[in-house]
Design a protein around this ligand. Structure first.
Ligand SMILES: *[C@@H]1O[C@H](CO)[C@@H](O)[C@H](O)[C@H]1NC(C)=O
Ligand SMILES: *[C@@H]1O[C@H](CO)[C@@H](O)[C@H](O)[C@H]1NC(C)=O
Ligand SMILES: *[C@@H]1O[C@H](CO)[C@@H](O)[C@H](O)[C@H]1NC(C)=O
Length: 190
C-alpha cells in the first residue's frame, strides 16, 4: 500500500514535469495519456489575447483566395474567402508581444449581415501554451458587440478541449485594413 502511494507520488511528479516541458507527442505517449484519462481532473482555463488581422500593405497576414464576381460589391462581401496567418498578441498595439498565430480560413457566408464562418487554429508559441493549439469553428457576425465562437478541440495541453471564444472589436483602420479583435477564451480541458 505504502509502495503504491510512493509510486503514485513519483508518477505525479513525473507527470507535472512532463507538463512543464511540453506534452510528448509520440503515439505511445498519446495512448498513455488517454489510458490515464480517468485519473485526470477536468479544469477550466480562461485567458485572452488580441487578434491582429492585416489585409493590405507589404506584409498582409490575411489574403483573399477566392471570391465571386459580386463579392466585393456585396454589402456583406458574400462569397469572399480568406486565408489568414494572423498574429495573436498580448495587447491591441501593433508591436506588442506575439503569443501565437491564428492560422486558417474565414469566409463571408452571410447575406443578411456581415458575418464570417471562422475555421481557424490558434497555434500558441508563448511561454504559457507553447506547442499547444486550439481549434475554433463558428459564426462571427462582425458588427455585433460580442460574438461566441465554439472551441471544438485542441492539442498539447488542450487535448480534448471544448469551450467558447468571445470576440469583440477593439480598433480598425479601413485604409490599411488592419483589424484588431479581442478574444476571450474559456476552455475546459485536462
Ligand atoms: C464573372 O466575370 C467573368 C469575367 O468578366 C465572366 O466571364 C463571368 O460570366 C462572370 N460570372 C458571373 C457568374 O457573373
Ligand atoms: C517554444 O518551443 C520551441 C520548440 O520546442 C522552442 O524553440 C521555443 O524557444 C519555445 N518558446 C518559448 C517562448 O518558450
Ligand atoms: C489609417 O492608416 C493610415 C496609413 O497608415 C493613416 O494615414 C491613417 O491616419 C489611419 N487612420 C486612422 C483612423 O487611424
Amino acid at each position: 500500500m505504502e509502495k503504491l502511494a510512493i509510486f503514485f507520488m513519483l508518477y505525479l511528479v513525473a507527470m507535472s514535469r512532463v507538463h512543464c516541458e511540453g506534452t510528448p507527442k509520440d503515439p505511445e505517449s498519446v495512448e498513455k495519456w488517454f489510458e490515464n484519462l480517468p485519473n485526470l481532473k477536468e479544469k477550466l482555463t480562461k485567458f485572452h489575447f488580441f487578434f491582429h488581422d492585416i489585409g493590405t500593405g507589404k506584409n498582409p497576414t490575411a489574403v483573399n483566395v477566392a471570391q465571386t464576381n459580386t463579392s466585393l460589391q456585396s454589402p456583406t462581401f458574400f462569397g469572399l474567402v480568406r486565408v489568414a496567418d494572423d498574429a495573436l498578441r498580448v495587447a491591441s498595439t501593433p508591436e506588442s508581444k506575439i503569443i501565437g498565430r491564428a492560422e486558417g480560413i474565414y469566409a463571408a457566408d452571410s447575406l443578411e449581415e456581415r458575418g464570417m464562418l471562422m475555421t481557424l487554429n490558434f497555434v500558441f508559441t508563448g511561454e504559457a501554451y507553447n506547442g499547444s493549439s486550439l481549434s475554433i469553428l463558428g459564426h462571427n457576425p462582425i458588427d455585433h458587440k460580442y460574438r461566441e465562437i465554439a472551441v471544438v478541440g485542441g492539442s498539447g495541453v488542450f487535448r480534448l478541449a471544448r469551450g467558447i471564444a468571445t470576440v469583440s472589436n477593439v480598433w480598425y483602420n479601413v485604409t490599411t485594413q488592419y483589424y484588431v479583435m479581442k478574444y476571450h477564451v474559456v476552455v475546459l480541458h485536462y
